[in-house]
Design a binder for this molecule. Structure first.
Ligand code: SF4
Ligand code: MSK
Length: 656
């Protein structure tokens, strides 16, 4: 195994495929990242290209302190200061991230509405209980109305959230009351999802909002429209339509591909097509068709966040996370890679060209030059999904003789929705977060951390996720995870109850063993970070840990982030009161003043703030320090010091 490949990933399956790629002269994201060094000026947020008098580059001189005069001279042609330039770049990322999650949410609502109107026959209400709960929350009359009648009213309310011009987003009311008051006082409660994104784009046009604090108010408003708006709507409606996830055993890594079967990978974010593919992958007629082409059957596997969605609901195995998308094709065994939106690298097409893989784009908003476009039509969901599967089956006989699937995969348990955690901890009839809060108060669990986000080719694949999560659980911090971070943890074997004994501190291990849960709970895709907000709110409501999310002994992190969605997520966590640490690079370092606004002022305003620490172990300790600070403010720091397990305490945990 070459040293070079080992620096690129900690995952053995990925390393094997990188070596195969090198032998076969196939270029991947890892090679391209090596060749193209990141632009240091753009990287620190000091490049403005929003008008044609630029691009203006105003980098911070390295290695010496800047005098006030030098700082004053760092402006663009129009006079925009580096603070304005860095802030504009930052909030534009929030706008793009919010738009992406929210457009996903809008598509889900559109499908849900068509289902409720009876125009889509292939989907139905899967979680009636959640439908009714949502109806109650939104003030929809339930009476003796049919599911579809209730669903239609819910769909119309949710649809209006996107185009609403005034007032407040309805899901804002899911937050703790104190939090809502903070937002109202600061004037950052979102009116409508689209409106906040549009206003943010307007304010960042040349010559509009040129005060970084003002820009950040609107940036926050848009980010909240994501977390407590578009993303939350997507998660809630997906659960109603496709089922609320419950703990499911599955497998993860490239070893889930099968040499003698038709392998179809579904990659992207929106679960409607993936749901249909999951159902159809069991279809006897299609399996027979696959056999007629010489295969033993049909094997569906997921990639990136769509993988999280179908794994949690159907147990479909996961082939890998973001940086493994090209590597899956390099196995030579993928007959079709079916993609929809977000995090799909254009480089896939070039890699697919070197093998027999058919890259199939399916969404009218996301085309890739050279790929095969087969529209997934929700109105005709089953038939269009069938045609896509058949295209994959038809491609099976075209496989070359260079198939090599790494025999590496790990079992994992996923599907810890907020509802599931509630039931698991409290029981079906007294669902509650009480036992979690009690175990935090008595110090067995030190606190809770959300570790989420992407992979990034500028850091060793999966390394920061795994190191950070292991450090946290070793220190008795329960980890909630989503997205590609969750997949890294799954591959490292941290999503099995047995992991508690091996990797956790004694307090967390006791609780995990008693309840039978892994120390790292897989809560879904990146859109499902809203589940973490709901779980945090439930902890506040259950009592004993303060009266706002910012009082909780909790922290968040995205150690390998890369997408604009991650910045939107980070900002809605910060504005919800969460201390949030990012790794890889930080995109505002060109402006010390704006960076200090994010890293310091935010705490006074929202009780949460940003931090940047590329070393995952140091970052974990920043989170632990913050958790301890909150424990001390709550007066529960003493409890932790006396965690010695006598028989009575053990019985108490077991009674959970
Ligand atoms: Fe340069 Fe100002 Fe134009 Fe930005 S808006 S490119 S700083 S002139
Ligand atoms: S897929 S946004 S790389 S988590 Fe959601 Fe993974 Fe990040 Fe995409």
């Amino acid at each position: 195994m070459s040293e070079e490949a080992k620096n690129k990933s900690i995952d053995q399956a990925s390393i094997e495929m990188l070596e195969k790629a090198a032998q076969e002269n196939v270029r991947t994201v890892f090679d391209r990242a090596e060749k193209m060094k990141p632009c240091p000026i753009g990287g620190e947020g000091s490049c403005c290209s929003i008008c044609a008098m630029g691009p203006c580059r105003v980098p911070l001189a390295k290695g010496k302190d800047e005098t006030p005069e030098e700082h004053a001279r760092r402006t663009g042609v129009c006079g925009a200061t580096v603070e304005t330039i860095a802030a504009r770049n930052f909030v534009r990322k929030i706008a793009a991230g919010t738009a992406s999650h929210s457009d996903h949410g809008r598509r889900v609502v559109e499908t849900f509405k068509l289902m409720a109107e009876g125009k889509i026959k292939d989907f139905e209400v899967k979680d009636e209980q959640k439908l009714l709960k949502l109806a109650l929350d939104l003030g929809v009359d339930v009476g003796d109305r049919s599911n579809n009648e209730i669903a239609l009213d819910i769909a119309i309310i949710c649809e209006n959230e996107f185009g609403r011009q005034e007032g407040e987003l309805v899901f804002i009311k899911s937050a703790p009351l104190k939090r809502q008051e903070i937002w109202r006082k600061l004037g950052v409660v979102p009116r409508g999802i689209d409106r906040e994104v549009v206003e943010l784009m307007h304010r960042t046009h040349m010559g509009v909002d040129q005060d970084y604090k003002s820009l950040m108010f609107q940036g926050t408003r848009a980010a909240l429209a994501d977390g407590w708006g578009g993303s939350m709507i997507a998660t809630e409606i997906q659960d109603v339509m496709f089922g609320t996830p419950t703990p499911t055993l599955s497998e993860i890594n490239l070893g889930v591909l099968k040499e003698d079967m038709v392998n179809i990978i579904i990659h992207g974010h929106e679960p409607a097509l993936a749901e249909m593919l999951a159902v159809l992958s069991q279809d006897p007629e299609l399996i027979k068709y696959a056999k007629s082409k010489g295969a033993k059957g049909l094997n569906l596997a997921g990639m990136c966040c769509t993988a999280n969605e179908v794994m949690m609901r159907h147990g479909v195995p996961i082939a890998g996370n973001f940086l493994q998308q090209e590597l899956a094709i390099i196995t030579g065994a993928v007959d079709a890679m079916v993609v929809d939106v977000q995090c799909i690298m254009q480089g896939l097409q070039e890699v697919a060209r070197c093998f027999h893989t058919k890259l199939i784009t399916t969404d009218d908003r996301a085309h890739i030059t050279g790929s095969t476009f087969m529209l997934f039509d929700e109105l005709n969901a089953k038939e269009s999904a069938k045609a896509i599967i058949k295209a994959g089956i038809d491609n099976y006989p075209n496989r070359g003789d260079n198939v090599r699937i790494p025999q590496i995969k790990t079992p994992l348990i996923a599907g810890f929705s907020h509802e599931t955690i509630n039931y698991l901890l409290g029981g079906l009839f007294r669902a509650s977060y009480r036992p979690l809060n009690d175990n935090i108060i008595n110090g067995r669990i030190r606190g809770v951390a959300g570790v989420v986000g992407c992979n990034n080719a500028r850091t060793t694949h999966d390394s920061a996720h795994t190191l950070m999560i292991k450090e946290l659980i070793k220190n008795d911090v329960l980890v909630l995870s989503t997205g590609c971070a969750a997949m890294a943890a799954g591959k490292a074997g941290l999503m099995l109850p047995e992991a508690a004994k091996e990797f956790c501190g004694p307090g967390l291990a006791e609780v995990c063993e008693a309840v039978g849960i892994p120390p790292v709970l897989h809560m879904g895709a990146c859109i499902d970070n809203s589940r973490i907000l709901i779980a945090a709110t439930a902890m506040v409501k259950d009592g004993g840990l303060g009266d706002d999310i910012s009082d909780l002994p909790a922290a968040g992190a995205a150690p390998e982030w890369m997408s604009e969605k991650a910045i939107a997520i980070g900002q809605y966590f910060v504005a919800s009161g969460v201390y949030t640490v990012f790794g890889t690079n930080w995109p505002t370092l060109g402006s010390k003043e704006f960076t200090s606004h994010l890293f310091n002022d935010m705490e006074e305003m929202y009780g949460g703030k940003w931090a940047f620490e590329p070393d995952p172990i140091k970052a974990a300790h920043l989170m632990i320090e913050h958790i301890d600070k909150k424990r001390s403010a709550l007066g529960i720091d003493k409890a932790r010091e006396r965690v010695l397990y006598d028989m009575e305490m053990r019985r108490e945990i077991e009674a959970v």
